[in-house]
Design a binder for this molecule. Structure first.
Ligand code: ADP
Ligand code: MG
Length: 479
């Protein structure tokens, strides 16, 4: 039987505001428990929430970047439920009238180039606190530092058809929120997490199957794995003549299985109603326009510009625009190396620079080799001062703090030998010292050319210009 998998994602992204969505308490991660929870976050009676304007601006930025409608009037509602990490007994969220709705993004697919994924809505809400089960024996602790942290919940249409597409969509949203500067996207710290709704149906069926919801997936890998496993499980159930139960399930990455968590609640279980403590959010068209004017260049546009302006392959343009910081680094390095091919700059950024960052555990903005230094170094290859191999050596030396590019070339005497008569003399010496190999070459064994190059390099500690050595060898051997 041919089955089709249907997926819709709900992504919770923590907005990068300084203070909480309805209080002045700080949002910084990792503070000692309950040191960043004020009376509003603790849900004390009589306190009043005050909306953080920056959270609204950030939601609008997201909406504009995803071709969504921005509601000029949106409303906060109370979503009522009981849980120890939610002391006031309700979460403030948007329900009927979200601030952002009806848009789309395009994801790259292997088959048809790209696919358009609908964005149903993106609404503002507050996060809950955390229960701590590990720190206290036989008891649970409650940490309300996270309570009231602003979230943007981004809900997709059920347009995704495979785990790969879901992963691509999630990565794209992740890239976008970081470009927009509205979230740090830190998945270890829970700033970017996802619930996946999964159903299956027989190919050609018009109706969607019954879905389950996989909660709190906090890595791209887990989202993909969990969807694959869950779809397989549902197909097995249906092929055995059973029915899929609509429920919330948990993905267990250790056992690579999903298991039921609770039966799916319906919206009316939450008794949503407009929060009487908060006025509707009314946004002027002029405010929306000024936010639009302030948007940075977005990933798709940057990718297209990189391919065009620098003549890069789609792959290179894609990698280099993976984050705004990486893209900036590349552009500054390219500007600092005006005589060097963009492709060479791209290769060094993607190769040496990223490898060094991974080794040092640093972000691109903290790179020990600045874009200016990289540009400087690459110009030294372009003008023939350094071979690629020696440039590698200089790169490592600068990285370990031994000095500037010029200082290291000078101190180590690394300047490449490019003087034609000097190279001819070196090559002639090597040929004279190896008459047997010269004989082999003349009998047609051209592989010995590599041997000669190696000998010249050995004699010069790798400083002879390899192209010129090759050229001289061929010329002198042909005589
Ligand atoms: P809820 O608020 O109960 O989570 P929604 O109707 O808002 O439900 O849908 C949440 C998510 O579930 C959306 O991303 C939507 O695309 C997805 N979804 C809805 N129906 C299905 C289905 N049959 N199969 C897969 N995903 C679905
Ligand atoms: Mg849901």
């Amino acid at each position: 039987m041919d089955w089709e998998i249907v997926i819709g994602l709900e992504i919770h992204t923590q907005l990068a505001t300084q203070s909480k969505i309805f209080s002045g308490a700080a949002t910084a991660y990792g503070a000692p428990p309950n040191t960043q929870a004020c009376l509003v976050d603790l849900g004390y009676p009589g306190v009043l929430p005050v909306l953080n304007e920056q959270a609204v601006v950030m939601a609008i930025k997201f909406g504009l970047a995803t071709h969504c409608e921005i509601a000029t009037r949106s409303v906060f509602a109370r979503k009522n439920y009981f849980y120890p990490d939610l002391p006031k007994g309700y979460q403030i969220s948007q329900y009927e009238l979200p601030i952002v709705h009806s848009g789309h993004i395009d994801i790259a697919t292997s088959q048809d180039g790209f696919k358009r994924i609908g964005i149903t809505r993106a609404h503002l809400e507050e996060d809950a606190g955390k229960s701590l089960h590990e720190d206290f024996h036989g008891q649970s602790g409650i940490d309300l530092n996270r309570a009231g942290t602003p979230l943007l919940e981004i809900v997709s249409e059920p347009d995704l058809r495979s785990a790969d597409e879901a992963g691509a969509y999630m990565r794209k949203i992740h890239e976008l929120v970081r470009y927009l500067g509205i979230s740090d996207g830190n998945m270890q710290e829970g700033s970017f997490r996802c619930d996946a709704n999964v159903s299956v149906r027989r190919k050609g069926d018009a109706q969607l199957g019954t879905r389950t919801e996989l909660k709190n997936l906090n890595s791209f890998r887990f989202v993909e794995k969990a969807i694959e496993i869950e779809a397989e499980r549902q197909i097995d159930v249906l092929e055995d003549g059973g029915e899929v139960v609509q429920e919330t399930r948990l993905y267990d990455s250790d056992r690579d299985e999903t298991r039921p968590m609770r039966s799916k609640e319906e919206a009316n279980d939450y008794r949503y109603f407009p929060d009487p403590d908060l006025l509707p959010v009314v946004v002027d068209a002029s405010v929306i326009e000024s936010i639009r004017d302030g948007l940075p260049e977005l990933p798709d546009a940057k990718r297209a510009r990189f391919a065009e302006q620098y003549g890069l392959s789609e792959y290179d343009a894609d990698v280099l625009t993976g984050s705004a910081d990486l893209a900036d680094y590349f552009e500054r390095a390219a500007a600092a190396a005006p005589n060097t091919e963009s492709k060479t700059v791209a290769n060094w950024v993607q190769g040496k620079v990223i490898a060094a960052l991974n080794e040092d555990g640093l972000e691109i903005a903290q790179s020990k080799i600045t874009a200016a230094v990289l540009g400087d170094l690459l110009e030294k290859i372009t003008d023939g001062t350094l071979s690629g191999k020696l440039a590698n050596e200089v790169f490592d030396a600068v990285r370990s703090g031994e000095g500037s590019v010029a200082e290291i070339i000078d101190e180590r005497g690394l300047e490449q030998i490019t003087d034609a008569s000097a190279i001819d003399a070196l090559v002639a010496d090597v040929l004279a010292a190896h008459p047997d190999q010269v004989g082999q070459f003349r009998e047609g064994n051209h592989k010995v050319l590599g041997f000669f190059v190696g000998q010249v390099m050995k004699a010069t500690q790798g400083k002879a210009n390899p192209q010129q050595v090759n050229e001289a060898l061929r010329r002198l051997l042909a005589e």
